[in-house]
Design a binder for this molecule. Structure first.
Ligand SMILES: Cc1ncc(COP(=O)(O)O)c(C=O)c1O
Length: 398
């Protein structure tokens, strides 16, 4: 099976990240026992692609000055964010509504701190990005898991069933839109139902839209703030250029809080932490959110679409293995439940057999059992190699 796509040196050229203090490559041996010498890192959610030239040029300019002191005027960065949200997402944002954080896990921590109290519960639609549960628990809050429904390879939310599962302690929903893992792009109707659920149960909604630019051709992401504008009184939008442009190490993100008393509450609780501006994050975000950055994202998604097709078709040849059709994200979510193997057996074949480091499904909460998440943001040749290794590691399945 071959999937044709134009050769694109921006994404096809392998870049050796070993020894560059890069989590995905440098820590795979310690965590998975997979050597970076011949292993493939398909776990941490950053890609092995360089950001667009416009970002590299911005970094080069500050490197030429060569002094990395305190960051100055944030206005151009705020304006770039406003431009991006309007042009790419049809969403109008005002400068003062943007509150910077050191990335979005940090942002989620601040939302939990500001808008809930110890002992309160936070709702997660599982399986979902594992850091959410970890920080909720570390903050002394509880997690209320509301499992998504998986039918014919598509996840959905069942609000009628969820009402009965609430404990009464829930104050906040941490929502992933588009959803990681599984890549669901939520529809207008689903977002309206979620907003109604939040109103009915007096919940604040934090919509983490970090994957919102990584949308496959033919799909349309709707920002929660645009889908249901009158939820602004209880909505915190969470966005960042980090996934889109592969700049997660710059630790930058923002909470966009458009409703007023709510923004005041978040601002007041952010202040004691003394968060200061991140120079690199600010410079990179400003450069990325530009017409050049936009053109690069469009090309990236065409490339990732080819990776997705190659990976899914290759895995479909393994009996009992099905990847969930992604609408978004470079994180393939693969169902091994019909292989008859246990989670441990599946993982052993992937790490020791295929020499691939990939994320364990159960770490994403209820509904993740029997699944593995593979990062397909790699040069196409490595995706082909991963497919060949996985087919080999499961070649005895009938
Ligand atoms: C839904 C979601 N939120 C946040 C993050 C991480 O954000 P940051 O690197 O800005 O802390 C990820 C990373 O995969 C994610 O998938």
């Amino acid at each position: 099976m071959t999937v044709h796509a134009p050769f694109d040196p921006r994404f096809d050229t392998p870049i050796d990240r070993r020894g560059t203090h890069c989590e995905k490559w440098d820590e795979m041996e310690a965590i998975f026992g997979v050597s970076p010498e011949d292993g493939l890192p398909m776990w941490v959610a950053d890609t092995d692609f360089r950001p667009p030239q416009v970002v590299q040029d911005a970094v080069r300019r500050i490197a030429e000055v060569g002094i990395y002191g305190y960051a100055g005027d944030q206005t151009p960065c705020r304006d770039a964010i406003i431009w991006w949200m309007r042009n790419r997402h049809g969403w109008a944002v005002d400068r003062r509504e943007i509150l910077f954080t050191h990335g979005l896990v940090n942002g989620a921590g601040h939302v939990i701190d500001a808008l809930t109290a110890p002992g309160d519960a936070v709702i997660l639609f599982t399986p979902v990005y594992h850091a959410f549960a970890a920080i909720i628990k570390a903050a002394g809050r509880q997690v209320t898991e509301l499992p998504m429904v998986l039918e014919d390879g598509r996840y959905s939310l069942d609000f009628d069933a969820y009402a009965a599962r609430l404990t009464g302690r829930e104050k906040l929903v941490m929502f992933s839109s588009p959803h990681n893992p599984g890549g669901r792009v939520w529809t207008q109707s689903e977002l309206e139902q979620l907003a109604a659920f939040c109103r009915r149960h007096d919940l604040i909604l934090a919509s983490d839209e970090i994957h919102h630019d990584l949308i496959y051709p033919g799909e349309t992401h709707i920002p929660m703030a645009r889908a249901v504008p009158d939820i602004a009184d209880r909505l915190v939008m969470m966005v960042s250029a980090s996934k889109t442009f592969n700049i997660a190490g710059a630790k930058v993100g923002s909470l966009i809080v458009q409703g007023y008393p709510l923004r005041r509450r978040v601002l007041d609780r952010l202040k004691p932490f003394g968060l200061s501006r991140n120079y690199f994050g600010m410079i990179m975000t400003e450069a990325a959110y530009s017409p050049e950055g936009a053109a690069w994202v469009d090309d990236l998604m065409v490339y990732l679409d080819g990776n997705r097709a190659l990976f899914d078709a290759g895995l479909a040849e393994i009996p009992g293995v099905v990847s969930i059709p992604l609408q978004s994200t470079f994180l393939s979510w693969v169902d091994f439940t019909r292989t008859g193997l246990t989670q441990a057996e599946v993982e052993d074949r992937i790490t020791r057999g295929a020499r691939i480091a990939a994320s364990s499904g159960p770490s994403f909460g209820t509904g993740g059992e029997g699944f593995i998440r593979f990062n397909i943001g790699l040069p196409r040749a490595q995706i082909a190699e991963a497919v060949a290794r996985l087919q080999d590691a499961f070649s005895d399945l009938q």
